[in-house]
Ligand binder design. Structure first.
Ligand SMILES: Cc1cc2nc3c(=O)[nH]c(=O)nc-3n(C[C@H](O)[C@H](O)[C@H](O)COP(=O)(O)OP(=O)(O)OC[C@H]3O[C@@H](n4cnc5c(N)ncnc54)[C@H](O)[C@@H]3O)c2cc1C
Length: 224
């Protein structure tokens, strides 16, 4: 998403991107970086993956979690398979031919985890299921294993929009399992919002306010 944002910003002469260390907090129109350096900006887009939720919560004074991180583990296998095979899906398991003898397999979906970026037996189980489902990769060599954290907003839909009461800051996160497919549109819309344009008819469920409502509903359910 950040790459898509940079591409969308580079196409517009009115905005500048600044590279820097991580944002520790945003205070009014100033982003305070981890190094202590400050960057003053009239308008900002928060696109920090799952870390966006806490940042946004602090800015709008919401203590309920507006989203969470869902860990996923995946693998890349090397196999002598044709490039034009279809993607295979079964009950949460994807086997995706990438061409050039590479086949991607994924993925786990973990709400609780100790090691965000480590792989373990859960990935072995996914690979085992894939080998049974697709005999062509039964003996394929595992060439890479990895894990990452998906940003899941409270309402599950992406979170894109100006922050309630802080409209100069725009949220662009929560693509959960679809960011790779929609990052270019998320970026265009976020940049448009920053430049004062309308949101292009985004579903209401994408708004920060809608996700806040879902967070509240969830908290009420948990309280019984
Ligand atoms: C195993 C696995 C398989 C997946 N498969 C698919 C798939 O097939 N298709 C698909 O569409 N999606 C898939 N996803 C989901 C997809 O990877 C995520 O939805 C996507 O990475 C989210 O993009 P993002 O840019 O919003 O967040 P991230 O990728 O999390 O990027 C956030 C960025 O913000 C930076 N950042 C964080 N905090 C700060 C801070 N305080 N200051 C500055 N920078 C900060 C981070 O360093 C990072 O660069 C998969 C995810 C996993 C884990």
């Amino acid at each position: 998403l950040i790459s898509a944002l940079k591409a969308a910003l580079d196409a517009d002469q009115r905005v500048t991107t600044l590279e820097g260390d991580g944002v520790d907090r945003i205070v009014d129109e100033t982003a305070v970086l981890a190094s202590g350096r400050t960057v003053r900006a009239g308008r900002m887009v928060i696109a920090a993956g799952h870390e966006s939720f806490a940042m946004i919560g602090r800015l709008i004074g919401e203590t309920l979690p507006l989203g969470s991180a869902v860990k996923g583990q995946a693998a890349l296998l090397r196999a002598d398979v044709p490039d034009d095979l279809p993607l295979v899906f079964q009950d949460g398991l994807y086997v995706v031919p990438h061409g050039g003898g590479l086949v991607a397999i994924g993925s786990t979906s973990e709400d609780e985890f100790d090691d965000p970026y480590g792989t373990d037996g859960r990935l072995d189980a996914v690979i085992g299921r894939a080998r049974v489902l697709c005999p062509l990769i039964a003996d394929a060599t595992v060439s890479a294993r990895w894990a990452g954290l998906r940003p899941k907003a409270a309402g599950r839909d992406p979170m894109i929009g100006r922050l309630p009461d802080v409209p100069r800051v725009v949220a662009a996160t929560g693509g959960f399992k679809i960011t790779l497919g929609i990052a270019h549109r998320m970026a265009e819309i976020a940049v448009g919002l920053v430049l004062g344009e309308e949101d292009g008819g985004l579903p209401d469920s994408f708004s920060v306010e809608a996700h806040r409502g879902k967070a509240l509903e969830k908290a009420r359910r948990q309280r019984g």
